[in-house]
Design a protein around this ligand. Sequence first.
Ligand code: FMN
Length: 145
Amino acid sequence: MSQKMHKIVRYATMAANSHNTQPWKFAIQSDGVDIYPDYSRRLPVVDPHDRSLWISLGCAIENLTLAANAMGYACNVAYPESEDYIHIRFRKDTARVDSLFNAIPHRQNTRSLYQGKAVSGAELAKLESVGLEGGIILYFIYHTF
Ligand SMILES: Cc1cc2nc3c(=O)[nH]c(=O)nc-3n(C[C@H](O)[C@H](O)[C@H](O)COP(=O)(O)O)c2cc1C
């Protein structure tokens, strides 16, 4: 299990995160992983309330659960009251490989120049069809040059 746990955490560390600060610490337990915020990586000027820091931890949770599912574990994610960490516990389950799991090593943020090509209608329709959670609405804002 331990080798698998390290692999799962490795996927979590590939998550998008605020200003590439990687503000997380992982504690591998016998039956899961705990994620701690690493406040030594805070950005008090641009992120005074640690909002982006915690969104980054959310991105890590997403990758971690996708990887655990792919390796045959169901996850229970909990935020213990009055504790400052995320508690994720694994239970043996049928392996489920989500296409988002396969995308983890390929995803990256890019700051290169836009190609100047409009996104095709088919690609926009694909984005629109992504299963959104309740209370979330997706708007496209078009701008023509
Ligand atoms: C909460 C949050 C805010 C971010 N804000 C920006 C941003 O304003 N501009 C930007 O170019 N990238 C932004 N990013 C992307 C990160 O800079 C990027 O994920 C990080 O540098 C790691 O690179 P990678 O995603 O290629 O692995 C943000 C990411 C997160 C999670």
